[in-house]
Design a protein around this ligand. Structure first.
Ligand SMILES: [Mn+2]
Length: 357
């Protein structure tokens, strides 16, 4: 290589390092401004100020870069600085791993969700009768499991579909849970019902359609019951995390996150199971993460493979619906497992769990 070329490259390296130093110096200033803005509760993004900066840069531009090119480069720098301020903000989220590095373990009558071993939640989509719930509970108990689900309040797509038995459904769940020594998870849809429901259930479920029902999130945060929070069908991971933050910010940190599929253009499944959300949520938060294989797929033949994927990718548990006679179920009849299917499903999944150990 010619001497001249080497010289120029050396100078370029020096300039790179100077830009690096300057760009980080700028970032430090922006962070200081961010702290001042927080103190004075001012908005971080100020478009007027950004326009002034861009104009000043263009006024002083003597080339060879075009104004438009510089505007693009500086806009990227501005954006990165703003993100830096937002990073400081997410550090402050109570549910974030930055705030609490160790895993949260939620204790449900002795079943420790998030302790490193898989937890399982099974039960019918909707509570229909005592006999129906008891049949599933007996099967759960015989497997040495602890967690029973069942819907008493059913927010359905159509107002003419079965809406659930309401409080009568909660009473059935409570009776069965006492008889079989199980912990009960059931969805609550109305903030006013939380106190009453606390007499019957062990875990408040907030369903996908209510993930951003902020009054419900706050009411769940005010209660001392653990909460299973499902991801909204069109919620981003960040929105999901912030929904959990609504609960935790009120003082209730016993939260289990549940990925249940999101709406995409794909029609082969009812929703698209966003399996990569599991490790992302585990990285970003300290909360246990479960996967609902029933509602994410809407297909009985996919329950086992997706449950395996959930465990393999590091989920803390799996949730699936079981009904003694799915064909006559009042809701989700296409994807609930009957008891023999449930038996073989669980045998297979336990086999995988042991191999993963
Ligand atoms: Mn269901």
């Amino acid at each position: 290589m010619s001497n001249e070329m080497e010289q120029l490259r050396k100078q370029t390296d020096d300039v790179n390092l100077e830009i690096l130093k300057l760009i980080n110096r700028r970032a430090e200033l922006i962070q200081q401004i961010g702290q001042l803005k927080t103190k004075q509760s001012m908005k971080r993004f100020d478009p007027v100020r950004e326009r002034e900066m861009l104009d000043k840069i263009k006024e002083n531009n003597n080339g060879p870069f075009q104004n438009a090119t510089l505007e693009h480069i500086f806009k990227e720098i501005f954006k990165a600085s703003l993100e830096l301020q937002e990073d400081d903000h997410s550090k402050a989220l109570l549910v974030s791993r930055k705030k609490k590095p160790e895993n949260t373990v939620v204790d449900l009558k002795g079943e420790k969700v998030g302790d490193g071993t898989a937890s399982y939640v099974f039960g019918p989509c909707a509570v229909e009768s005592y006999e129906q719930v008891a049949a599933v509970a007996e099967s759960i108990k015989s497997k040495g499991l602890k967690l029973l689900r069942g819907g008493a309040f059913k927010p359905r797509t159509s107002p003419y579909d079965f809406q659930g038995l309401g409080v009568e459904g909660l009473q059935i769940l409570k009776r069965v849970a006492d008889e079989y020594d199980l912990a009960v998870i059931s969805e609550i849809v109305n903030p006013a019902h939380i106190e009453e429901a606390a007499d019957y259930i062990d875990v408040i479920q907030i369903g996908a359609r209510n993930m951003q029902n902020f009054e419900l999130l706050k009411a769940a945060g005010d209660s001392n019951k653990p909460v299973l929070l499902k991801r909204g069908l069109s919620a981003t991971i960040s929105e999901f995390i912030n929904a959990a933050e609504y609960i935790m910010s009120r003082g209730n940190g016993n939260i289990i996150l549940c990925e249940r599929g999101i709406r995409t253009y794909e029609k082969a499944t009812r929703n698209t199971l966003d399996i990569s959300a599991v490790p992302i949520l585990k990285q970003e938060t300290h909360l246990p993460v479960m996967v609902d294989v029933t509602h994410s797929t809407g297909r009985r033949d996919l329950l086992l493979p997706t449950a395996k994927a959930a465990l393999a990718i590091g989920a803390d548990g799996v949730m699936a619906e079981v009904h003694p006679d799915p064909a006559v179920a009042l809701s989700d009849s296409a994807q609930q497992m009957d008891i023999p299917t449930f038996d073989s499903f669980f045998e297979e999944i336990k086999g995988l769990e042991n191999r993963l150990k």
